[in-house]
Write a new protein. Structure first.
Lengths: 114, 112
C-alpha cells in the first residue's frame, strides 16, 4: 500500500512563528503536492514539486514556501504564521505520466494559529 | 482553466436507498476526472477515475460514476447506500500535467 505520512496531526502555533510541516512518501513518486482544505472551498493547491529541488507555485502560494531535498520528502514552510493560515493541510504524491495519475494523500495536519 | 462544480453541499439518504453525488465539469479537450472520499479525521482516499473508454467507471466500495459528455457531468453513484458511506466527497479534474482542481465537496449523510 502507498503510504504518505505527515509529521503532525495537530499543531498549535502563535502568530509570527515559523512553522514546518513535513511529508514523506514511500512509493518513489516523482510528484508531491501541498494543499490546504477549508470548509466550502474544497482543496486548494499551495505548491507542488515534480522532482527533487524542483517546485512550482499552485493557486495560493502567498505566505508559504517549500523544500524538496530528497525524493521522498516534501516540506511546507510558513515563514511567519498568521491567523488566516489556520487550516487543514494535506500532502499528496503521485507518479508522473502522460495519463492521469492518481494522487495519494496523507492524513492531514490541522494547524491552529493563535 | 479546468474546473469542476458540485452543486449540492449536502446529500441525505436512507440506508439501502440509491446515492447520487453530482459533479459537472468545464474543460477544454478530453477531461481526466476523479472522485475522492474523506472520512472523518482522515485524508482523502481515491475512489475512481475516468480517462477514456467506457462511460461507466467502477471504483472502490461499490461506487461507480457515469461520464456524460453532452451534459458535461460525472456523477458518483451507489445503488444501495450504507451508513458507513457517510463522508465528504470531492470531484476533481486534472489540469495540465500534474495538478488536480477540486470541487468544494459534498457531505453525504446516510441515516439508518
Amino acid at each position: 500500500d502507498v503510504k504518505v505520512t505527515q509529521s503532525s496531526r495537530y499543531l498549535v502555533k502563535r502568530t509570527g512563528e515559523k512553522v514546518f510541516l513535513e511529508c514523506v512518501q514511500d512509493m518513489d513518486h516523482e510528484n508531491m503536492f501541498w494543499y490546504r482544505q477549508d470548509p466550502g472551498l474544497g482543496l486548494r493547491l499551495i505548491y507542488f514539486s515534480y522532482d527533487v529541488k524542483m517546485k512550482e507555485k499552485g493557486d495560493i502560494p502567498e505566505g508559504y514556501s517549500v523544500s524538496r531535498e530528497k525524493k521522498e520528502r516534501f516540506s511546507l514552510i510558513l515563514e511567519s504564521a498568521s491567523t488566516n493560515q489556520t487550516s487543514m493541510y494535506l500532502c499528496a504524491s503521485s507518479f508522473s505520466g502522460v495519463q492521469a495519475e492518481t494522487q495519494y494523500f496523507g492524513p492531514g495536519t490541522r494547524l491552529l494559529v493563535l | 482553466a479546468q474546473s469542476v462544480a458540485q452543486p449540492e453541499d449536502q446529500v441525505n439518504v436512507a440506508e439501502g436507498n440509491p446515492l447520487t453525488v453530482k459533479c459537472t465539469y468545464s474543460v477544454s479537450g478530453n477531461p481526466y476526472l476523479f472522485w475522492y472520499v474523506q472520512y472523518p479525521n482522515r485524508g482523502l482516499q481515491f475512489l475512481l477515475k475516468y480517462i477514456t473508454g467506457d462511460n461507466l467507471v467502477k471504483g472502490s466500495y461499490g461506487f461507480e460514476a457515469e461520464f456524460n459528455k453532452s451534459q458535461t457531468s460525472f456523477h458518483l453513484k451507489k445503488p444501495s447506500a450504507l451508513v458507513s458511506d457517510s463522508a465528504l466527497y470531492f470531484c476533481a479534474v486534472r489540469e495540465g500535467d500534474y495538478k488536480l482542481s477540486f470541487g468544494a465537496g459534498t457531505t453525504v449523510t446516510v441515516r439508518a
